[in-house]
Each structure stands twice: as structure tokens, then as C-alpha cells.
Design a binder for this molecule. Structure first.
Ligand code: FMN
Length: 176
């Protein structure tokens, strides 16, 4: 990819991955993208947990009743957490870090998917955040925003059709 617009057009959520592991350099670059994220007042509340162990990936994939299956087949999951006691913008700060990591993965030609954890529920209506905290030993003070599943693509998805750009969502000068 040689420019950001092209990368954004081609980035799609990828939920199927090959068995090929990621190179340590790729993992490092993706995590660095998170560490380079801006945060309110530069309080950097986020902490990331990189998981490659297949057994743990399978347990994380069961953290909610639907929508988490891609984690099971991923080469890497990055659990995106942030210290809720540090700032009232932890969701925003962690979200920005997460999307930057997804864009870095896309720039490396890898597929990724955002798996929502916050406000989602597992079996018996247990909060998915508590399930993930328990699996990984994450402290109670850390909010668990999402898990990024990442791997080499095992599906192709069409890039965005630029002719379908939703310009009606843009208001110039005032709302009308
Ligand atoms: C906040 C957020 C939560 C999401 N949660 C999930 C999820 O739990 N499981 C999943 O498979 N995809 C999830 N996604 C991916 C979206 O389904 C996907 O981005 C959307 O369908 C648009 O497709 P695209 O990413 O290919 O453009 C989530 C995306 C966002 C931004």
C-alpha cells in the first residue's frame, strides 16, 4: 500500500485466517501502532495483551454468545484494555489505539477484525469483560474494550466502492 486513502479503501474486516503464524516483526509493528496512539491529555491509559496460545484463543472466542468466533482461528489476538480510573476518555483512547493497530495490520497485508467485548455478554448473561478478565488475569480497574483477531487472510473481501461513498452523511456549514 502506498497511501493512506488506498489503505482505507481496501481495509475490510477479515474473519478467516490461514494457519501461518505472524512474524515477530509484524507483531512488533502492530503493537507499536497502538503505543503510538494519541490519548486525551497523553495519559496513555491503554494496556494490550498479545495472545498466540491456541488454547487461550479458543477460550477468548467463547467470551460472548455471538460474534467472537474469528478469535479461534487467528494467529494473534490483541486484547485492548484501558485503566478506567485514569481518565473518563478510556473508551475513546482505547478505540483509537485499536483502529491504529488494525490499520497497521492492513498495511502489512494482514487481515483483522474488531471483536467487541465492552457491553457484550457471555453464557448466563455474564459480562464478556469479566470472562476475559478471568481468563487473562486482568485487574478489575481495567476496562476491556475489544479483542483484535489478526492473521494471514483466508478470505478475500471487495474493497469499498468509491461510488457508494455516503456523502449524505456530511453536512457543510450547518445541518440541512
Ligand atoms: C465497535 C465495533 C464493534 C465490532 N464488533 C464486532 C464483533 O463483535 N464481531 C465481529 O465479527 N465484527 C465486529 N466488528 C466489525 C464490524 O462488523 C465491521 O467493521 C462492519 O461490518 C463493517 O465491515 P468492514 O470492517 O469490512 O468495513 C465491529 C466493529 C466495530 C467498529
Amino acid at each position: 500500500m502506498n497511501n493512506l486513502h488506498n489503505l482505507l479503501i481496501h481495509r475490510r474486516s477479515i474473519r478467516k485466517y490461514t494457519d501461518q503464524p505472524l512474524s515477530p516483526d509484524s507483531v512488533k509493528l502492530i503493537l507499536e501502532a497502538g503505543l503510538l496512539a494519541p490519548s486525551s491529555k497523553r495519559c496513555t491509559p491503554w494496556e494490550f495483551i498479545a495472545v498466540e496460545d491456541k488454547e487461550v484463543l479458543a477460550r477468548l472466542a467463547a467470551c460472548k454468545t455471538a460474534g467472537a468466533k474469528p478469535i479461534e482461528g487467528a494467529a494473534l489476538a490483541i486484547v485492548v484494555t484501558a485503566d478506567m480510573t485514569l481518565t473518563d476518555t478510556w473508551v475513546e483512547d482505547a478505540s483509537i489505539a485499536a483502529i491504529l493497530m488494525q490499520l497497521q495490520a492492513a498495511d502489512l497485508g494482514l487481515g483483522s477484525c474488531w471483536i467487541q467485548v465492552r457491553n457484550r455478554f457471555g453464557a448466563n448473561d455474564e459480562p464478556a469483560e469479566d470472562i476475559v478478565r478471568e481468563i487473562l488475569g486482568i485487574p478489575e480497574t481495567m476496562g476491556v474494550l475489544c479483542i483484535l483477531s489478526i492473521g494471514h487472510k483466508d478470505e478475500e473481501r471487495k474493497p469499498f466502492n468509491e461510488e457508494k461513498m455516503m456523502w449524505e452523511k456530511v453536512h457543510i456549514g450547518k445541518w440541512e
